[in-house]
Design a protein around this ligand. Structure first.
Ligand SMILES: C[S@@+](CC[C@H](N)C(=O)[O-])C[C@H]1O[C@@H](n2cnc3c(N)ncnc32)[C@H](O)[C@@H]1O
Length: 398
């Protein structure tokens, strides 16, 4: 066959008069109230564990405070509205939407985040959860760890090697559970709930944790005795506790996608009332490193920690904020006329993230507001999870 080359030349033509933006947007009054009164800093919202118990399905570095998510969702989205969080993490924003009867979508590149958020935005059939736990239990009873698996955990880890986190038998059960998940990966939200519960109990400093004493959010070097912990028993307890947390009658299930935000978004994400999101802050901790043990358990190997990390925005934005151009373009396309984009950002001495993104968004959006909230009052959870962030910024684009 004769091959040929075609050269297509496109001319950029400024489109005028197609979409007219006004300074008005849904929730303008509620937003003014947020800025004047900072309700998330007042009782009952300011309580440490405010919100639905399923927000704590699994600890996650960088999780937004549920009370902030609640205020943003209920301010900017009408009751029968539709929203997207393109950096949905463990689903705090979509879950708050679901709890308030709002249709929600989320996108995140991280597999553990995908499982956890999918489980949160769904209601569950306990039978499906227990069926998956039974399959896992049978698998652990009837299989053995390979030499390769046992060598990997003796060599690999960040603060300590993985084998130093667990008693010998617990570690074997965990390795088999990891293989089970890679062979029969969770397909339904109820199966994802089981995996999320397992991800939660993977490490921590309380009796529920399978590890030696570590930290529930970041797996810091473990301490204390090596004690055998029965995986299935601890897992079933956590799943049962989660299933007992009732969902409100107006709960509306959402949908999460596991993909890189710089690829084309699924077509069903359209006609949105709002996009509300909190992307990785410029100089905050790297999520994949802070969540390494959970990411490893969900399937990454040592090699992935060297190569896959390059798709994460926190790596890309160190070179340039241009990575956000495609995100703004797709956001404009998927929002309905009059829709609003709300970004929750971190300002530091090195970088004024909101100013940078405001400049970049100009081609697609008008800035309706930029509000700075000092984080001097924030608790630090005993770890340096704020990085060098001096204030939180809310950039409102229309
Ligand atoms: C600040 S966290 C979001 C936390 C979320 N609001 C919550 O409460 O859980 C930022 C998220 O961006 C995700 N992320 C980083 N790079 C990404 C990319 N290229 N595509 C999609 N998600 C990405 C990370 O996995 C992380 O979960």
């Amino acid at each position: 066959m004769i091959l040929c080359q075609n050269l297509l030349v496109f001319k950029f033509q400024k489109i005028t008069g197609v979409k007219k933006y006004t300074q008005d947007f849904y929730g303008k009054e509620k937003w003014r109230n947020f800025k004047e009164n900072l309700p998330h800093q007042q009782l009952p919202f300011s309580k440490r564990n405010w919100g639905h118990s399923n927000h704590s399905l699994c600890s996650y570095q960088g999780k937004l405070k549920p009370s902030i998510a609640n205020q943003l969702v209920t301010s900017f989205v009408p009751e029968d509205g539709k929203i997207l969080d393109p950096f949905s993490g463990v689903g705090t924003i979509p879950f708050e939407a679901a709890l308030n009867g709002i249709e929600s979508f989320g996108i995140d590149i991280s597999v553990p985040a995908f499982y956890i958020s999918s489980a949160k935005v769904s209601s569950h059939n306990p039978k499906d959860c227990y069926r998956y736990i039974n399959l896992l239990s049978d698998y652990i009873k009837s299989n053995k760890c390979t030499r390769k698996e046992l060598i990997e955990v003796k060599r690999f880890g960040f603060n300590k090697t993985i084998s130093e986190y667990y008693e010998k038998q617990t570690l074997k059960e965990l390795l088999l559970a990891r293989r089970f998940i890679s062979e029969q990966y969770p397909k339904t939200p109820s199966e994802m709930l089981v995996v999320s519960a397992l991800l939660h109990i993977l490490h921590g400093n309380r009796p529920y944790a399978l590890s030696r004493r570590s930290h529930p959010i970041v797996p810091y070097a473990p301490q204390g005795e090596f004690i055998y912990k029965k995986l299935i028993e601890k897992l079933a307890n956590k799943v049962e506790r989660t299933l007992n947390n009732e969902l409100p009658l107006n709960f509306k299930s959402g949908r999460i996608f596991n993909q890189d935000i710089n690829t084309i978004w699924p077509q069903e994400i359209n006609n949105l009332d709002a996009i509300i999101t909190s992307p990785p802050f410029f100089d905050s901790t790297r999520f994949y490193q802070a969540n390494w043990l959970r990411i490893w358990f969900a399937g990454w190997s040592e090699k992935d920690f060297k190569h896959q990390i390059n798709s994460f925005i926190e790596e890309k934005q160190k070179k340039s904020f241009d990575v956000y151009e495609g995100i703004f373009r797709q956001s404009r396309e998927r929002l309905k006329n009059g829709g609003v984009m709300v970004l929750h950002l971190g300002k530091s001495n090195k970088c004024d993230m909101a100013e940078e993104l405001k400049k970049l968004s100009k081609r697609w959006f008008k800035t309706a507001d930029l509000f700075d909230e000092s984080v001097a009052h924030c608790e630090s959870h005993g770890i340096r999870d704020k990085g060098t962030v001096t204030s939180h910024q809310y950039l409102i684009l229309i």
